[in-house]
Write a protein that binds this ligand. Structure first.
Ligand code: HEM
Length: 131
């Protein structure tokens, strides 16, 4: 029995390019998230996230060929990601998923992953800063 990857099941590269584009439309409209991102390199940011997601879900390994091991926690260290930022990131991704409307089972799989990965990226607790 051959297993189809989620990458293929949702339509391959065009799906992930569109998802990430819709996602960044929302990130750029968010007052908390937008300042964290490279203001003059939105296209580059879109490219990095799209390539990463394509690789993660079983598509081509271009992300690691260009960027090396993902080490996502480490790469997010420069950005103060608290619970609020995490919720905003997830809201932007859910909006993008609404726009693309993948099949419910695929959406559930994608959402579950984003949910866990975004929680793992939290690296800042504003309550601890006030000492
Ligand atoms: C929890 C909230 C998150 C915030 C606020 C956040 C913010 C950022 C920022 C500001 C960048 C730099 C943009 C760039 O130049 O590429 C970035 C990069 C990136 N993020 Fe996130 N991120 C979050 C969660 C996630 C999650 C859940 C994933 C994976 C599913 C992810 C995957 C990536 C990737 C692949 C890059 C590019 C890394 C590289 O190769 O340099 N991020 N993120």
């Amino acid at each position: 029995m051959t297993q189809q990857t989620l990458f293929d099941a949702v339509g391959g590269e065009p799906f992930f390019r569109s998802l990430v584009h819709e996602f960044y439309e929302r990130v750029w409209a968010d007052a908390v998230l937008r300042p964290m991102y490279p203001q003059d390199d939105r296209a580059g940011a879109e490219d990095r996230l799209a390539l990463f997601l394509m690789q993660y879900w079983g598509g081509p390994g271009t992300y690691s060929a260009q960027r090396g091991h993902p080490r996502l926690r480490m790469r997010h260290h420069p950005f103060p990601i608290d619970l609020d930022a995490r919720e905003r990131w997830i809201a932007a991704m859910h909006g993008a998923l609404d726009a693309l409307a993948p099949a419910p089972l695929h959406r559930a799989e994608l959402e579950d992953y984003f949910d866990r990965a975004a929680t793992a990226m939290i690296n800042h607790n504003p309550l601890l800063r006030q000492r």
